[in-house]
Ligand binder design. Sequence first.
Ligand code: ZN
Length: 131
Amino acid sequence: MDDKVKDLLDKIRGAADLAADAAADTARVAGRRAGQMVDVAKLNVQLFDLNGEFNDILRQLGQVMYDTHLGRAGDADSVTALLEKADAAAARVAEVKGRIADLRQTQACPSCGAPCGKEDKFCRQCGAALE
Ligand SMILES: [Zn+2]
């Protein structure tokens, strides 16, 4: 075979290998992004359920408060139990929000809750200092 033709074929083969590597890298990154999106979607479902749970606890606490207002005997133990449940639910909500923020490379403003970039020093919404 002609040396020039051989060189050309080697170059073409090399270029094809590079293109295949690049395509594989792209596929890997896309796969990872898709995986993260699935994780975020699952966490959002979890967050929705947790928020519902939390709101239900708050509703029950409101009911106890209103019953007390009406002069019906309020059960102090049930109030304590409900407050403990509320604390636990709020902690789980914060944890899931943190995991979503990590996956999205964002952080929630501690003041107004707006999503901000991981590297931001101040909130884009309200200007509060971020950690
Ligand atoms: Zn803010």
